[in-house]
Design a protein around this ligand. Structure first.
Ligand SMILES: [Fe+2]
Length: 165
């Protein structure tokens, strides 16, 4: 089990010490879509922000979207990129997704599982094939999705609240 220690949960400005992120344990991986899942590791509801480790079950693409504010990504393992860009991110590579620019995340095949540390400030806006807004995703939806998943797999939604600062 992951350990959240030192300071009580739910209090902005207190330390979060996540001793182990349990990336090998599928119960902690929340499905984003048919390809991608994420392991939530820090959530700030009052700032509409979250941090997670993105993984992929197989090579493939996510829904196109754009962000209201920049998002940051650091590659831990695996290979990934964007349908709109010709470069591939590998371990050690850093990416900043600028605000207001459409992008489509792509998980590439590789020897190692995809693991990318993301820091996101919501909301993000899903885009349809014509580039028009098609819904949004903010920290409240993020929390609801995590809580529903953690409840379903028996971890309990308190484990999501423990990540909030
Ligand atoms: Fe993005």
């Amino acid at each position: 089990m992951a350990a959240c220690t030192s300071d009580p949960p739910g209090l902005p400005g207190t330390f979060l010490f996540l001793a182990r992120t349990e990336l090998e344990d599928p119960r902690y991986l929340v499905a984003l879509d048919e390809v991608f899942s994420f392991r939530p590791i820090w959530i700030a509801p009052d700032r509409n922000m979250w941090c997670d480790v993105l993984t992929a079950r197989r090579p493939g693409s996510a829904r196109p979207h754009m962000h209201a504010r920049p998002a940051f990504a650091y590659t831990l393992s695996g290979r990934w990129g964007y349908a709109e860009r010709d470069w591939t991110a590998a371990p050690g590579d850093f990416v900043c997704e600028p605000a207001g620019m459409r992008h489509t995340l792509v998980a590439h095949a590789g020897d190692a599982p995809l693991r990318v540390l993301f820091v996101v400030q919501g909301p993000l806006v899903w885009l349809d094939d014509d580039g028009n807004p098609d819904g949004y995703f903010d920290v409240h939806q993020y929390v609801a999705r995590c809580a529903a998943h953690f409840e379903r797999v028996g971890l309990g939604e308190a484990r999501v609240r423990a990540l909030m600062r």
